[in-house]
Design a protein around this ligand. Structure first.
Ligand code: BGC
Length: 359
């Protein structure tokens, strides 16, 4: 008998790699499918480091895929609103696509009205990352590496980035980001997964209960650039300090939530950020992070034009993002926590998506 394996009948974590297609430019894209000992499964693409599928059980033990995305590579090659992507070099907006650093002015693409969004025209979400895998009795892991050359999308410095996705046997996805640079440069990385815990993206997320550990948000102007001050959530539709249905006051904030919450933890330690519950399926998502903020985006611009997995049309509010990150436009906002990485330093951020059920 082989005594190196557990004697119970739980399977060991494992990883399958499958070809996902070839890009128009002739580059091969793979998908890594990570399975843990309880049967939770996630799929990660080398294109954009996309977290393509997240299959987790409901309270009856039935797995469903709770992430929005596509079935085919061609759909991911078209413009799409960052379904599941690693977003960088700078997640969120930089006002007018410009910033100064050490006396030098840098100009970036303006790809969101007058502003720069999510790293520009060919951000980290469009890169093909190289992947390597590791499995142990307690987790399955994929490490993705991408080297962004000096002046890529107008940003200074060659930036070496490693993002590891770890699926534990406790149904947690750990996303650890690390980056180094050859010149001072801004960096702000996140993952842009759209969640719909019902597993049925033809339903919207307005009945999901949301809690965010934040007393303040970052108010923005009509182009979504911070005004520079912070605003208390108390007595406003932004208050999620206690769990509340997302839809309860969503109509009071225009087309929906698209705002950065200032997390109360105020430390760089991994801390509680948010909790999301789908009362119907019982699925629960807890988000922990080392970041100072989380952008709540409720899929306000989805309008049925994207045909997602299984041919489902993604309508307004079909999913929501909880993007852990620094505050928008930090490079132009001296009072915000710094996003500048200098040679010799290591950028590090860790975020955990912990899945569970509520009876
Ligand atoms: C932004 C939204 C944007 C979406 C898709 C979010 O992070 O806050 O304004 O529409 O990404 O690009």
């Amino acid at each position: 008998m082989d005594t190196t394996h557990p004697t119970n009948n739980r399977a060991l974590p494992h990883i399958d790699e499958r070809p996902f297609g070839v890009t128009k430019g002739g580059k091969k894209v793979s998908e890594f499918i990570l399975t843990n000992s309880t049967g939770m499964r996630i799929g990660i693409l080398t294109l954009g480091g996309i977290l393509r599928t997240i299959e987790v059980p409901d309270r009856a033990g039935r797995n469903a895929d709770i992430a929005l995305g596509f079935d085919s590579l061609t759909s991911y090659e078209e413009r799409h609103p960052y379904f599941g992507t690693i977003t960088g070099r700078f997640a969120n907006r930089i006002a007018k696509g410009a910033f100064s650093l050490d006396g030098q002015t840098y100009t970036l693409a303006t790809n969101n009205g007058p502003n720069h969004l999510h790293g520009g025209l060919k951000g980290f979400d469009r890169a093909i990352w190289s992947g390597k895998t590791e499995t142990t009795p307690t987790f399955a892991r994929v490490s993705l590496i991408h080297v962004s050359p000096d002046m890529d999308e107008g940003y200074p410095g060659e930036v070496n980035t490693e993002v590891t996705y770890t699926l534990t046997n406790d149904n947690e996805i750990w996303i650890a980001y690390r980056a180094t640079t050859t010149k001072p440069t801004p960096i702000n990385l996140t993952n842009h997964t759209y969640f719909n815990l019902s597993g049925d993206a033809s339903r919207d997320i307005k009945d999901h209960l949301l809690e965010i550990d934040a007393e303040e948000i970052v108010p923005v102007d009509e182009t979504s650039i911070p005004t520079g001050s912070l605003m208390p959530v108390k007595n406003t539709p932004f208050d999620f300090r206690k769990p509340r249905p997302l839809g309860e006051r969503i109509n009071d904030v225009g087309i929906g939530y698209d705002h950065t919450y200032v997390l109360s933890s105020g430390t760089r330690e991994l801390s509680f950020a948010a909790r999301l519950v789908d009362p119907k399926s019982g699925r629960v998502l807890v988000v922990l992070t080392t970041e100072p903020g989380v952008q709540l985006y409720t899929g306000n611009y989805l309008n049925g034009t994207f045909k997602g997995k299984g041919g489902v049309s993604y309508e307004k509010h079909a999913g929501l993002c909880l993007e852990t990150q620094h505050f928008p436009d930090s490079v132009n906002q001296p009072s915000f926590p710094s996003t500048i990485l200098r040679p010799g330093e290591v950028y590090a951020q860790t975020t955990v998506y912990r899945f569970g059920i509520e009876r």
